[in-house]
Write a protein of this length. Structure first.
Length: 277
């Protein structure tokens, strides 16, 4: 199994050490390969907000840097750990730039065969806000978020009791993440993801011929289409006695489903060409 750690900290401090604790716990459970992507060392320029990636595709982005290589690393991993310290009750600037540069994935989700673990560290409060935001991002991108862990740290020292609590939380998250990678269970979207999917689809259906090609090719504009389906093993190298069959994105339709049922979830968006009242 291969795990990619997207490290939003500009240094190898508390968040990095927490990720290493997770790595060591997972290595004690089985054969796992870890790669650390230190965002501070990666060439990711801030998004310019031109929206070319949203309208025409990410290949039209005018910025030429490491973004394509970074996305390729996520595709090549079985699981991704999104790690960031809490800076002002939010993710770091490095992590926000990373998310901004891949904002087109909010409109064209693709990581349906990947598992994610969310990790944050904080001096006192804010970890819930950070984890909630990361959970929204990863979920809409298609990741199956199987573990979330926030720990309280301190730039100088922390009480021994808090240190033991931190280690216990990290170990539990690591075991859950490892188990999810081994099992390769089918990912089921939550209600929030389904609502967002139907809302986007309603908008793209109104755009008619201008709807994104990605959605057309995926078959998601069909009222009978479900969010996605599943079909290939996501955990290469895992003994067959431990791995279950998981599946990659392959939208399908349900012939027995009444199309009118999907309209109940469909959000009625005002067309961009329709003037506001």
């Amino acid at each position: 199994m291969k795990v990619l750690v997207v490290m939003g900290s500009p240094r190898k401090g508390n968040t990095y050490r927490a990720a290493k604790r997770i790595e060591n716990t997972m290595r004690s459970l089985g054969d796992v390969e870890f790669e650390y992507l230190m965002l501070g060392d990666v060439g990711l320029a801030p998004c310019r907000g031109c929206a070319l990636c949203l309208e025409w595709g990410e290949e039209r982005c005018p910025i030429r840097d490491d973004a394509p290589a970074v996305e390729e690393k996520m595709h090549n991993a079985d699981g991704v750990i999104f790690a960031t310290p809490d800076y002002g009750l939010a993710v770091t600037g490095l992590m926000k730039t990373f998310i901004d540069r891949f904002s087109y994935i909010f409109h064209r989700p693709r990581f349906f065969d990947k598992r994610a673990l969310l990790l944050t560290t904080t001096g006192l409060v804010g970890e819930k806000d950070v984890l909630r935001y990361l959970d929204t991002v990863a979920g809409i991108w298609g990741f199956d978020v199987v573990s979330r862990v926030g720990i309280v740290t301190n730039p100088v020292t922390i009480p021994e009791r808090q240190a033991r609590r931190n280690d216990r939380r990290l170990d539990e998250a690591a075991r859950s993440f490892f188990q999810a990678l081994v099992e390769g269970r089918e990912r089921r979207p939550g209600l929030r993801n389904v609502i967002i999917f139907h809302g986007q689809r309603a908008w793209f259906i109104e755009l008619a011929d201008h709807a994104p090609a990605y959605w057309k090719e995926s078959g998601w504009l069909d009222p009978r289409a479900r969010y996605w389906s599943i079909s290939s093993n996501i955990s290469p190298g895992i003994p067959s006695t431990h791995a279950k069959s998981a599946k990659t994105r392959s939208p399908y339709t349900s012939p027995n489903r009444n199309p009118s049922r999907s309209s109940r979830l469909r959000v009625r968006w005002r067309s961009a060409s329709r003037p506001a009242r």
